[in-house]
Design a protein around this ligand. Structure first.
Ligand code: GDP
Length: 412
């Protein structure tokens, strides 16, 4: 594209910005633009690149794009810039995945986690584990070379100790996934209770807006309603249910069926009861439970008028009484003790790789314990190393790359 004056962009230094006219094929100006030049290897992708900032607007940008395409450029594929950055060794695969997570982040906790990963926190840890495995393999290989001479270079106890320590660290990382998943995708909170106890009203007051319809007819919340809120930078996905009341009504029965299904995948169940009613106890489940007594206004805000469990949160969705406390309780109940691992795992692919690595290390331990030849131990140690390498993309397949980068937005 055209550049007014005597300094073509081709000659420009890296990290310099240039004001000029963007010309059409006849040499007439389309717009005044700023072109920023990045020379290899100091660009996002590691390749020569120029970013053009125009005045925006769909007509203008399309016209400029069309001109660039006419000059031989093409549209980037989804995630192509990040993929090139990976292929050119600017970032590893875990970091590339972090870019997508960062863009997708909808809460502070998700943002922090992705940024940590982008900056290489997970990669460094994986690299460290990999190097320890590598040196272990090295010693065992030396031992094999001297096997005929009967030289035991590495005592079995030493191998056992080293592999056990590695496995323990990997298991800590695996355990951190439960929390990482919550940081990333939020926590699913299910509001359950009999019809008319005020589930929709509570959801509304938690949200401060009228998303679910509040009515007097029991069983009107026919569908599951999901709303996101953030408390203390954490994302909570609140799900209002149709309640667990048995019903002959077909539509409502479907709601009940779905409630049961939702309950199984919830992180926290908020059981809501009406201060003025007595209730059957709902089916127990292994999921953490928060007891809430609603319509506290109807009993004059007097605890002695009701029989409520000590830990129950007393609220009134109508007047707003206790809603802040309820929010706080939800947030508290949802913070498991901080994971002991120094990295927090949030990606299912990474989890699977680490699980495989842990399995291979366990196999290696078995072999050592059974006094098997070093060759058998080595096979599993190398297998574990391979799994670690999959995380950061030292080894990868076209399939994995496609599944990762196709989820990116165009231009990232
Ligand atoms: P759901 O069926 O559990 O979703 O209950 P709704 O949110 O639809 O509420 C049922 C009825 O109880 C409506 O008439 C609400 O206005 C009323 N209600 C809900 N919360 C309160 C409350 O805290 N106090 C009083 N007095 N009425 C409430």
């Amino acid at each position: 594209a055209g550049h007014r004056g005597r300094h073509p962009l081709r000659m420009a230094e890296t990290h310099t910005a240039h004001v000029g006219s963007f010309l059409d094929e006849e040499g007439a100006a389309i717009d005044e633009v700023v072109a920023t030049v990045f020379r290899e290897p100091h660009s996002y992708t590691g390749e020569n690149s120029v970013e053009i900032s125009c005045h925006g607007g769909p007509f203008l940008s399309r016209k400029i794009l069309r001109q660039l395409l006419a000059l031989g450029a093409r549209h980037a594929e989804p995630g192509e810039f990040t993929k090139r950055a990976f292929l050119n060794g600017r970032i590893d695969l875990a970091q590339a995945e972090a870019v997508a997570d960062l863009i997708r982040a909808t809460s502070e906790s998700a943002r922090k986690l992705s940024l940590d990963q982008l900056r290489g926190r997970l990669s460094h840890k994986v690299q460290e584990l990999k190097e320890r495995l590598l040196s272990l393999c090295g010693s065992l290989e030396v031992e094999l070379d001297f096997a005929e001479e009967g030289l035991a270079v590495v005592p079995a106890e030493q191998t056992l100790a080293a592999v056990t320590a590695l496995k323990a660290e990997i298991e800590r990382m695996i355990a951190s996934y439960a929390q990482g998943r919550i940081y990333r995708d939020g926590l699913k909170v299910l509001l359950v209770g009999d019809p008319n106890v005020g589930k929709s009203s509570i959801l509304n007051s938690l949200l401060d807006k009228d998303r679910s319809i509040v009515t007097h007819v029991p069983g009107t919340t026919r569908d599951l309603i999901e709303e996101n809120i953030t408390i203390d930078g954490m994302l909570f996905r609140l799900v209002d249910t149709a309640g667990l009341r048995e019903s002959n009504d077909l539509v409502e029965s479907e709601g009940i069926r779905r409630t049961r299904a939702e309950m199984e995948s919830a992180d926290l169940i908020v059981r809501i009861r009406d201060c003025t009613q007595s209730h059957r106890s709902p089916p127990p489940s292994g999921i953490p439970l928060l007891e809430v007594m609603n319509k506290f206004d109807l009993v004059g805000y007097d605890r002695t008028n009701i029989s409520a469990p000590d830990e129950a949160v007393l609220i009134s969705a109508k007047t707003g009484y206790g809603i802040d406390i309820l929010k706080k309780k939800i947030a508290e109940r949802s913070h498991p003790p901080a994971a002991a691992a120094d990295v927090t795992l949030s990606n299912l692919r990474h989890l699977r790789c680490l699980e495989e690595a842990a399995k291979r290390l366990e196999n290696a331990l078995e072999s050592v314990r059974n006094g098997m030849s070093g060759e058998f131990v080595l096979v599993d140690l190398r297998g574990a190393m391979h799994s670690l390498e999959m995380i950061i993309g030292v080894v990868t397949t076209e399939e994995i790359l496609n599944s990762i980068f196709s989820k990116f937005c165009i231009g990232k």
